[in-house]
Design a protein around this ligand. Structure first.
Ligand code: NAP
Length: 231
């Protein structure tokens, strides 16, 4: 096995995914940039089982292992963050959001697990959101208390639960699994008012993707680990 480290980032054609892919490339990783638009990287729509199977096959034959998986691809199909949509979000919006943000990440990770197990010390990063925190949503004093786009929030809560369950499954291995909140980031999703650049937003993601052997697993972090978030 060579010392080359292979990283797959989903939704790497723009926003936080693109910034994370570039940062890992700068650190010497061979980055496979997953994109729904095949021209912009590896053709990978995480809601398409055939794309997932093809990616696993291609990575398997080219490298035989995967050192880093960043489940970054995500959608926010509700019109805004500042309203409680629980009473009127459509089942279609709910399913579309869960498909991309939760089922896609689970299906891709399952397909790549044998390759992640083949790496000496793989890292899996689930790009979540503080809006997935049940603890903060239930706290009237929390700054995000008023923000309740239900489909988006529940998709990230489910993703966080995946982090906990997968970290438990892999607890006897060298693989580490964590959730990241990038902060509020100026992307198509975060909007123009957001204070952080995509490069700043990618920092916690990259920190978790490059953790040392004594780093955490099964956690939910922001600010490069200076803050642990409540589930
Ligand atoms: N921005 C923020 O403030 C913020 C805060 C907390 C968490 N996040 C999370 O950070 C992640 C990245 O968001 P962003 O802010 O960078 O948003 P963005 O600029 O809207 O980028 C979203 C990325 O996900 C891709 N994507 C969407 N559905 C996909 C699918 N089915 N298969 C593959 N790729 C898909 C998009 O691809 P296309 O170009 O093909 O649409 C795009 O590359 C998301 O998981 C988001 O929930 C963002």
């Amino acid at each position: 096995m060579t010392s080359e480290r292979i990283a797959l980032v989903t939704g790497a054609n723009r926003g936080i995914g693109l910034a994370a892919a570039r940062a890992l490339q700068e650190r010497g990783y061979t980055v496979l940039a997953g994109s729904r638009d095949g021209a912009a990287g590896w053709n990978l729509d995480v809601t398409r089982p055939e794309d997932i199977a093809a990616a696993a096959k291609r990575i398997g034959s080219a490298y035989g292992r995967l050192d880093v998986l960043i489940n970054n691809a995500g959608v926010m199909v509700e019109p805004g963050f500042d309203r409680n949509t629980t009473g009127d979000v459509s089942m279609e919006q709910l399913r579309q959001t869960m498909d991309a943000n939760f089922f896609g990440a689970v299906a891709l990770t399952q397909a790549l697990l044998p390759l992640l197990r083949n790496a000496p010390a793989a890292r899996i990063v689930n790009v979540s959101s503080i809006l997935g925190s049940m603890g903060l949503h239930a706290d009237p004093q929390a700054p995000l208390y008023a923000l309740k786009p239900f489909a988006y929030d529940v998709s990230k809560t489910a993703l966080n639960s995946f982090t906990i369950h997968l970290a438990h499954l892999l607890r006897e291995t060298t693989i580490k699994v964590n959730s990241a909140h990038p902060g509020w980031v100026r992307t198509a999703m975060g909007g123009e008012m957001a204070p952080l650049t995509p490069e700043e937003g990618a920092r916690t993601v990259v920190w978790l993707a490059t953790l040392d052997d004594d780093g955490p697993t099964g956690g939910f972090f922001q600010s490069e680990g200076r803050e642990v978030l409540p589930w």
